[in-house]
Ligand binder design. Structure first.
Ligand code: ZN
Length: 339
């Protein structure tokens, strides 16, 4: 009951990459960089275990960005000539690579970090991948001329990597789809189909994470424009409830999202965001337990997990460590209160 976990990413140590950035530059190259990535992965596995989390991740220590980390292993993408593009409905400008030919995988994408993480923890291991709709929204298409066709091509590649991650011993594969909260009409029309294509044939637990983004300025400004209550979830959750994906990771604490749409996710495990990733103020166990109590009005206790609202990549390292502990301590308190 109330297993403690996190959305996925964790801050990179200063010796691995630039800090406080969403697209940080690496501090090393070649074999030295590979070693630094493994060291950072080990550090975070230990920190998550010490914090008392039940389900851990490799913290995305081996990828520069949660979308581009996958794209770096894909043929048909020009990374040399990035172009500026408005993404997530033009919420912010990003330098994105261009799709210039048919997409295929050059080989494994995340084998090193997945196998390394598996070898160094006996906890349940979650691995995150970007969802197909979110990838399609984070590249400039110069080849397919059709967003859906391109997203489906990415879904095929994601599926190849996901099956291999499962074979590596990963327990949970999560697709991150922040774009689901932006392109609401597209979710039932093709977003779910693309997601299910990415997850096809998996026998491990599957999850989708849908959020309002990291705590960066462009997101905070965008959130300010969404009004008092953010009603995106209730428009897309009915379609997600009908899908084969087993878990849904969502925002809750300090978010303007009303909690009642969680009730639309019948039959799903719900990973409730009990940690605000846009604030350096560390939640108390009582606050975490209160959020779990609120979610219990809509989610049965055997399906409720305590999680972060989103990834913690751009956060200060020491704050992230304390927030991880708050999740586990708050979940323990909630088990006493509501168990
Ligand atoms: Zn997120």
């Amino acid at each position: 009951m109330f297993e403690a976990t996190l959305a996925g990413s964790l801050p990179k140590p200063a010796w691995l990459a630039e800090t406080d950035k969403l697209w940080p530059q690496w501090r090393a190259s070649g074999e030295e960089l590979q070693q630094a990535k493994r060291d950072a992965t080990l550090l975070w596995l230990k920190a998550q275990e010490d914090a008392g989390l039940d389900i851990v991740t490799e913290g995305e220590q081996s990828r520069q960005h949660f979308v581009h980390g996958f794209l770096e292993a894909v043929n048909g993408i020009d990374f040399e000539h990035k172009v500026e593009m408005g993404i997530r409905g033009d919420r912010y400008k990003a330098m994105v690579p261009q799709v210039i030919g048919p997409l295929s995988l050059r080989g494994r994408v995340h084998a090193m970090e997945a196998q390394f993480a598996r070898a160094h923890t006996t906890k349940k291991l979650k691995f995150t991948l970007p969802g197909p709709m979110t990838i399609a929204d984070t590249v400039a298409d110069r080849y397919y001329g059709d967003k859906v066709k391109m997203a489906m091509a990415f879904a095929d590649l994601l599926n190849q990597e996901a099956r291999a991650l499962q074979a590596d011993g990963v327990d949970i594969i999560q697709f991150d789809e922040p774009a689901f909260n932006v392109f609401l009409e597209d979710v039932p029309q093709w977003g779910i189909a693309a997601l299910e294509k990415a997850a096809a044939g998996l026998t491990c637990t599957t999850a989708v994470h849908i959020c309002y983004g990291y705590g960066i300025k462009a997101n905070i400004d965008w959130k300010g424009s969404l009004g008092e209550e953010w009603r995106q979830y209730e428009k897309i959750f009915p379609a997600i409830a009908k899908s084969s994906i087993k878990q849904v990771s969502l925002e809750c604490y300090h978010s303007h999202v009303p909690p009642h749409p969680m009730a639309l996710l019948q039959g799903k495990d719900v990973l409730v965001g009990v940690i605000d990733v846009a604030s350096d103020e560390v939640e108390t166990p009582e606050q975490v337990a209160d959020t779990i109590g609120l979610a219990l009005q809509y989610v049965p206790k055997e399906r409720l997990f305590a999680c972060t609202n989103c990834g913690m990549a751009p956060m200060k390292r020491e704050i992230a460590v304390r927030k991880l502990a708050a999740i586990a301590q708050g979940a323990a308190l909630a088990r006493q209160r509501y168990g």
